[in-house]
Design a protein around this ligand. Sequence first.
Ligand SMILES: C[S@@+](CC[C@H](N)C(=O)[O-])C[C@H]1O[C@@H](n2cnc3c(N)ncnc32)[C@H](O)[C@@H]1O
Length: 277
Amino acid sequence: MHQDKENSASDHGDAAHSILDFYRWSRDYWIDMGKSSEGQSSGLLNFGLWRKDDTTLFEAQKHMCDEIFGQLPALASGALGLEIGSGIGGASVRLALERDVSLVCLDLLQEHLELGRARAVAHGLDENRIRYTPGSSMQMPFGAGEFDFSYCIESSFHYPDKMAFLRENFRVLKSGATTVIADITCSDNSKVAFRSGNYYCSSEDMVKWLQEAGFVEVRVMRIGEHVFCALYEFVEKYGQEHRGKLQRYWGLVLKNYENLWKKGLMGYDIFVATKPR
Ligand SMILES: C[S@@+](CC[C@H](N)C(=O)[O-])C[C@H]1O[C@@H](n2cnc3c(N)ncnc32)[C@H](O)[C@@H]1O
């Protein structure tokens, strides 16, 4: 069992093992919730950006991708992008099908990368379009200036050392490249009911740290009003048809987040920043 865990978590220590345990416990629940009404999987594990008429997490996760990709500049044909904390691969496949770019997906968990690879193959995308690399966002296995752009969706909240992540992100980008980071933000972690493995930071700290890492033209889009209430409502409805421990757990977590959002203590932000030329 230990050996199995080490392989799957690509040997990044205890933190990686607890992340592996967390996803082995709740990944299938999110995969199931993220299916379209026709049963198609989104390949995404994020909260989604809920537009007025969205009734499924599948639609909301598509809108989250659209919003993030919309922040990327016009990219030259064949540009190479990095997806940081790529999960089970839905975003990279979507982007590779939409634009003529190649991507490298980085994730701590080997089994997430394997699910991503299978998804890419199913969509006819080979290793020339999307490559899968195990590793930590805080110590990236890439050389300096390799990438034309990067993005990171709802993964940075897992990173205890945000400066290490932002410095690494800065280092591996080319001059003039854009990074887009989307995540939950929180200005008072003591009010978060379930804190294990979550390292939320405030929006202000993220901006300050992006600048300290060397990024310029830092912009923030606050999208919390399109995330917490609609997601909680959806999860509650889903829970009425799928009763169990996971439904109860996520119902409590998201009720807590909705309350914090209403009190102005939690947000969901998209940060856009540039490495200077
Ligand atoms: C909530 S999921 C989001 C996945 C994907 N970005 C999406 O939107 O569906 C977070 C992902 O971050 C990965 N992760 C957590 N800590 C990491 C680290 N230090 N380095 C790289 N990936 C990490 C997890 O394994 C997981 O796949």
